[in-house]
Design a protein around this ligand. Sequence first.
Ligand code: CO
Length: 210
Amino acid sequence: MLNSYERLLTGNKEWAKDKLKDNPEFFKNLILGQSPEYMWIGCSDSRVPANEITNTQSGEIFVHRNIANMVVHTDMNLLSVLYFAVETLKVKHVIVCGHYGCGGVLAAMENKDHGFVNNWLRNIKEVYNKHAKELDAISDKLKRADRLVELNVIEQVHNLAKTRIVQEHWKKRELEIHGWVYGVEDGLIKDLAVSYCDIKNVEPVFRYDL
Ligand code: CO
């Protein structure tokens, strides 16, 4: 039990060997630098690994993960990752990917005390509150949670659109933001069709004169 972590180091050696077997230049190419086309904002949940579920390789996705894939406008971590991805790496797509059965979303629907995490879950509670009419009408708790997962992703896409960094780059070049939900039960991603590439979908008060 104590040395179960060693499995990861052994696994890493095997992985590196396999990569070289497939492509002897694999690491030589990566060392030249990264130019990913995508930034990923996903949940920290161990069942939703960005590269694995999209069948992509090292170097293809710039990743930020937190509990329940939130875009919180005071989160210096998220904003720094976003700034670097958009400004320096010039990613073409920023994807918010939630997942059904999200523990963070389920916790936010309840009144249980989660200590410090309450501060984070509060952001999801705000989403619930905004859509309370629709959500309260769904009697099945799991179905209600699934819908909140979707609504939460949509709200986070809107939160992305409200950032100065996204609005600035919309003025200058092509940049698209998207909302997806991953199904842990079947491994499939659902596109929520909230892809935006301009300011049209941003409420006037959130628009900046850039
Ligand atoms: Co989650």
